[in-house]
Ligand binder design. Sequence first.
Ligand SMILES: NC(=O)c1ccc[n+]([C@@H]2O[C@H](COP(=O)([O-])OP(=O)(O)OC[C@H]3O[C@@H](n4cnc5c(N)ncnc54)[C@H](O)[C@@H]3O)[C@@H](O)[C@H]2O)c1
Ligand SMILES: O=C(O)[C@H](O)CO
Length: 334
Amino acid sequence: MKKKILLYKKIPEQEFQRLAERFDVTYFPIVNDSNRHAFFTALAEAEGIIGSSAAMGADILNKAVKLKAASTISVGTDQFDLAYLAGRGIPLMHTPDVLNETTADTLFTLIMCTARRAIEMSKMVTEGRWTKSIGEQSYGTDVHGKTLGIIGMGRIGYALAKRGHFGFNMKIQYTNRRRNINAEQDLNATYLEMEVLLKTSDFICVMTPLTEHTERLIGAKEFALMKKSAIFINGSRGKVIDEKALINALATGSIRAAGLDVFEVEPLPIDSPLCTLDNAVLFPHIGSATTETRLKMVSCAVDNLIRALEGDISCHCANRHLLDAQDAYTSSAE
Ligand SMILES: NC(=O)c1ccc[n+]([C@@H]2O[C@H](COP(=O)([O-])OP(=O)(O)OC[C@H]3O[C@@H](n4cnc5c(N)ncnc54)[C@H](O)[C@@H]3O)[C@@H](O)[C@H]2O)c1
Ligand SMILES: O=C(O)[C@H](O)CO
């Protein structure tokens, strides 16, 4: 008999078929008040789950009494309670690497848009305010040759640094849990304590995961340390920064601009003060959102679930360290 799995995201047909060939799939393109009861009923029967963008804390996962493996169509795993899953011996699979280059492209787009005031200038044209040659009040600032400070020099941080170093002759500096020797050797990147990085960078980009250690990593104290000309970019998760403190820094001109792909609350409420600030460039969480990369992510997540339900978590398991620490993983093939 086929194992039951729960799919809670719309995915391309060919990937759906790969799941359906192997599993008995219950599919919820979206979960809302009208189908929540049915969703929980399916969750209680599922040996595997696959999807993204839905909170999967212990309160939800404890309904999944037969669960053997979870697969998220994302590299970020903050929607899940990793320790809870590990405590039950359940691996959480994720999709690193396939989205590095696309996400770094998005981050560089934010850098260019903020520095050159691209959205603001485009609005000037489309709103009929371009009535004479622009003056210096509309000038942007250069990107090439400036200093790029990266907080979280992991897979995507490195891909961003590559663009800055090779494409824009930028000086790369970073802070990270561990030294990134590849970045130092390949990109001449300098490791700095956070405080020094904040004081000396022209562009500061946060690319850490959201964890209990990184929640509100950047707040009023950190914004106050940045140069008045600094441009702040967040592509990690909204909760890694104190959004109110950022709004204050932008509104008072204590930093020059911010480019944000992620927010404390998503979708960003239209009454957020961020929406009123010309020096904030706001994207609707599109870091990895190209057709090619989203397909690769789904494909990777499908492979991950198939393998994990066969007992193979050697690749792409996000809570492997926690499972290993308590020797909790017992192969679901058993
Ligand atoms: N905006 C988007 O669409 C988008 C796309 C992809 C990933 N992301 C986010 O980016 C995150 C990073 O992805 P990745 O693949 O580069 O992960 P990664 O694990 O390769 O890199 C993260 C780096 O952050 C470092 N780090 C962790 N805690 C830190 C701390 N307290 N201080 C300094 N450094 C710290 C780690 O050492 C690691 O090197 C994901 O977890 C996800 O939340 C967002
Ligand atoms: O974590 C990720 O993969 C991105 O935020 C897309 O969801």
